[in-house]
Design a binder for this molecule. Structure first.
Ligand SMILES: Cc1cc2nc3c(=O)[nH]c(=O)nc-3n(C[C@H](O)[C@H](O)[C@H](O)COP(=O)(O)OP(=O)(O)OC[C@H]3O[C@@H](n4cnc5c(N)ncnc54)[C@H](O)[C@@H]3O)c2cc1C
Length: 400
């Protein structure tokens, strides 16, 4: 049965769901809380072959502009010398590039902005979504694709909350603007953390050297109290665990740059110094034990949040929606069985992904613990080069 789906969240997960369900004949509508151009958000992304294959299968244009090919990974010593290099074929992209491609391929009348989902009713025959503006929408299926702070999940599984992992990702997306910036896909090893840089399409999607951007990311330990202090603006107002980048205090950035001068190789230090507005995101884990509730389902970060070391949140959102569409197609009119099958399959994979990312981030999370055995330099370099963002092609075997 092809019915009507209401999709909450208009980021990559919501848009993949919209395309996947339309492709099997469903009528869809996306409800996104944010107003304005969402493509202005986001930073660089590691990708996986599955992501591009799903996009192509959905009829979304994928070409050389969708990502920048890199042929190897290097690990840098603090001196800037290359400790180790391995061949590695991958395309580096950006959230905006993927989102824009998905959005352009969706008719405007399917995409509703300024719609803040507030509550739902769900049962054997349908679901009703209630929005903060007082409107309601009735659907045969309600898809919760509203991210790691999902309100849909909050209503269905209030006991499941994101868990702070003890570190933040400091991020920068530096336009080349004609300058020669360091553009290798490179890891480095600051104290108790790791840093990575790679080239991605420029803000307007340009992939020509000199007009691209360089994505830089530093996983940096920080207690919850430290994050709250970093999230306190110049007026003394604390924004919780996340602060809008323009409000980050100057002394917080100055401290970061001081530490960077001690701990980063010159290539990474130069990138960070070239960014006028570095920003940070606190890193969380989240996993659910259920994904289907009557006629409502969770997917993407609303269902599982794996730490970004696996570089696969967007690919997982695409795979989730592909799994959902496959299950609906396979079960015909029996939507309950389709959703049960979706839940079974995606719970398994989501849990593996969270566990794998947790293992990769353990050396940052526990580096202050007296029992923690620090990996030696070459062991850590190997782990960064071979395991971070490694191929998820054969999810079942590789991530087991
Ligand atoms: C530091 C860092 C680095 C990362 N690096 C990578 C990487 O290299 N590769 C990769 O694949 N992934 C990466 N990720 C993860 C990736 O960004 C996420 O997995 C992905 O964005 C999840 O997509 P989503 O659509 O599920 O959720 P989100 O992108 O979080 O989108 C949720 C959407 O729902 C909307 N929304 C929220 N609440 C409501 C509501 N009540 N009503 C209506 N709409 C609502 C939001 O406005 C938003 O648009 C990284 C994440 C972090 C933090």
């Amino acid at each position: 049965m092809a019915g009507k789906a209401a999709i909450v969240g208009g980021s990559v997960g919501g848009l993949f769901a919209a395309h996947a369900l339309r492709n099997i004949g469903w009528e869809i509508a996306v409800y996104e809380r944010a107003e304005g151009d969402l493509a202005a958000r986001g930073a660089g992304l590691g990708t996986h072959q599955d992501l591009f294959e799903i996009m192509q299968r959905l009829g979304i244009a994928v070409d050389e502009r969708t990502g920048i090919a890199v042929g190897s990974r290097v690990c840098l010593a603090r001196s800037g010398d290359v400790l180790k290099e391995i061949p590695f074929q991958e395309r580096k992209s950006s959230w905006a590039t993927i989102w824009r491609a998905l959005r352009r391929a969706l008719p405007d009348d399917c995409f509703n902005q300024g719609k803040d989902f507030a509550a739902l009713e769900t049962g054997a025959n349908g679901a009703v979504a209630h929005f903060a503006d007082g409107t309601t929408v009735t659907a045969d299926l309600l898809v919760g694709a509203d991210g790691n702070r999902s309100t849909v999940r909050e209503r269905l599984l209030p006991q499941v909350q994101p868990r702070y992992c003890g570190y933040v990702a400091w991020r920068a997306l530096i336009p080349e603007n004609g300058a020669r910036l360091y553009d290798r896909y490179a890891f480095s090893m600051p104290d108790g953390g790791s840093a990575v840089s790679y080239p991605v399409p420029g803000r307007d999607g340009d992939i020509v050297p000199g007009r691209r951007s360089i994505n830089f990311l530093w996983y940096h330990p920080a207690s919850e109290a430290e994050v709250r202090d970093m999230s306190t603006d110049e007026t003394g107002h604390c924004h919780g665990m996340a602060i809008p980048p323009p409000l980050i205090r100057k002394d917080v950035v100055a401290n970061l740059l001081r530490e960077a001068a001690d701990q980063l190789p010159p290539q990474h230090l130069d990138l960070l110094r070239a960014e006028p507005q570095p920003f940070f995101q606190a890193i969380y884990d989240l996993e659910c034990d259920r994904l289907a509730f009557g006629r409502a389902v969770l997917l993407g970060d609303a269902a599982f949040v794996a730490r970004p070391h696996v570089g696969a949140g967007v690919t997982k959102a695409a795979l989730d929606t592909h799994g959902l569409a496959d299950a609906l197609r396979a079960h015909g009119d029996d939507i309950a069985s389709a959703l049960a099958s979706y839940e079974r399959e995606r719970l398994k994979i989501g849990k593996r992904m969270v566990a794998r990312a947790r293992r990769l981030g353990a050396f940052i999370e526990f580096h202050r613990s007296p029992d923690f055995k620090r990996p030696d330099t070459m062991q850590q370099a190997d782990e960064l080069l071979y395991e971070h963002g490694a191929d998820i092609r054969s999810v079942a075997e590789f991530w087991a």
